[in-house]
Design a protein around this ligand. Structure first.
Ligand code: SF4
Ligand code: SF4
Length: 199
């Protein structure tokens, strides 16, 4: 089980101020609690170009079909704000890899059944989602050491020093941020991880 909680109003306002926003709500799977009413209220305060509310955005094929129907509204937006668990946000960021895609929620673990659907992306349910600083690629699961402040320095030709068969997660994050013109976020203050809220 897991639970999504909206980030603070201050954080969301800072992300969306002066921006045209395309909103994606995932009312997804039964393992996840989604803050539906709170999200709907907050979305009324945004300058939205469109709202897509659907389920299972973590399924790339399903998501692609839905995104195609909203292509014009997405094109008209400065950013896409996703209300879902971390897997959903990563799937959207992957599908819209030239757009600024942001997470509106943090994802926490809850005890209980977790589901067995094989997914392309992974979320460690850390409770303080970093995807807005990493171009929509999870640093906890894409990096073998779960580093949250950049590369360890051990990568060789873009491959991880722990597992040479996998791409270095931080190399991927750098390339994604470069592609969407957001390398500036790498200059933000050092991130601290609060293990007290971790599972
Ligand atoms: S940073 Fe990664 S582990 Fe943490 S909530 Fe976001 S996607 Fe999940
Ligand atoms: S090489 Fe990259 S993915 Fe591997 S541990 Fe270092 S930073 Fe993480």
């Amino acid at each position: 089980m897991l639970i999504t909680e909206m980030k603070s109003r201050e954080v969301l306002d800072a992300l969306t101020a002066g921006k045209k926003v395309f909103v994606i709500n995932c009312h997804g799977c039964k393992e996840i609690r989604f803050p539906e009413a709170e999200a709907s209220e907050y979305q009324k305060t945004l300058d939205v170009t469109g709202i897509l509310t659907t389920d299972y955005i973590c399924n790339p094929e399903n998501l692609q079909i839905r995104l195609e129907k909203y292509a014009a509204q997405i094109e008209a937006a400065d950013m896409v704000l996703v209300f879902s668990c971390g897997v959903g946000v990563q799937t959207v960021a992957s599908a819209l890899d030239t757009m600024k895609v942001c997470a509106a929620c943090d994802t926490y673990a809850l005890p209980g059944y977790q589901g067995v659907t094989p997914l392309e992306h992974d979320c460690d349910q850390c409770g303080q989602c970093y995807l807005n600083l990493t171009g929509g690629i999870c640093p906890l699961t894409a990096c073998s050491k779960s580093l949250i402040n950049g590369q360890c320095g051990g990568a060789k030709k873009g491959k991880c020093e722990v597992d040479p068969n996998m791409d270095c997660g931080w190399e991927r994050i750098y390339q994604r941020l470069k592609k969407i013109g957001r390398l500036d976020v790498l200059k933000c203050p050092v991130q601290l991880r609060n293990y007290a809220i971790d599972k």
